[in-house]
Design a protein around this ligand. Sequence first.
Ligand SMILES: [Fe+2]
Length: 382
Amino acid sequence: MSVSQEVSMDLPIIDLDVFLNNPTESPEVQAECAKAAGALITYGALVLHDSRVSEQDNITFLDLLEDYFAQPEEDLKKDERPELSYQIGVTLENTEKPKCAVDEPCLNVIQRLAPSERPLDIMGHEPDPKCRFFWRMVEPPPYKTQFPGLNADNIVPEAPHIKERWTPVMNQWGTSMKNAVEGLTQMAAVGLGLPANTFKDAGRYGPHLLAPTASDLSKYGDLNTILAGFHTDLNFLTIHGRSRYPGLHIWARNTGKKIPVKIPQGNYLLVQAGKQLEYITGGLIKAGYHEVVVNEKTKEVIQERKEKFPERPLVRISSTFFWHLSSDYDLAPIPELATKAKEVRAQQFNLGKDEGEEVEYPPLKVGEQVSDELKHIALMAK
Ligand SMILES: [Fe+2]
């Protein structure tokens, strides 16, 4: 049996508490950081435990966002900013296209999967039936940014029953997830043999986004409906709190398997690698593919919530935070990691695992990489 077939289907659980409560040089911290880096290399994802994170904050956040997205469309429209490429405020359903449907290397990724492990078919090229809100959580850069459009002010919804609650709830939950993911950037750096703050410093002024998405399950609740088609994220790391409805599937890079995500109850979060992490590691860590669909488990929870909470909106909120590198940061593979990436690729190849054509990572500004990706998914004019 080859090594690749022995990879477990359970995502590794990484304990941020170990890192926060012990000296970086201690053996337990070194081991936990190595485990974090290994998880990102093998799966492109992991489950993160952080005892500072409160389940109640996630619940309060999900309730607020259900109320927000249950508003009439004309109220939601007031929070749209197409002129800023929807990088702030709301994006209504059927605007964002799954990038993979128009991207050849991505379609090849699907082709290489066994038929039973493939995502739901995205070839209809339909935009995703999901709404989203972008809430920026940034430290303004002390220099003049070349990318002011990616660094605009937040929008607070007007409706009185939402306005009052909005800012504190968004900031409370957003800060929890931001702190957790920043801790993980440090653990990943240590595990990759870099100074702990390598990534954290590179993302200090990043246009980080608390980015809940909403899917109206009263309209899009049929089995096998695609809520977000197969894609990777363009940022550095994405962190998710637990959603009330299952339906997120991820693909672990070195297993070729589709994994339905289960986040344990309590202080656990899911983290996935994005394109910027792939870039800076020269492909040692690959951005993780994922989709959100209505599966059997989603249907069960829809039924359950209809019975238990008939007065609540039937909306699936994903509790998502996109952590970015700073827009003006010069993005290029770190040479030691790029060398390691080539070794891992060769090992995979020798195990009979075709990872497709080798990807080039030419140096560029992070802001340029983000603009390129947004054009692909139809959010920014070409
Ligand atoms: Fe995503």
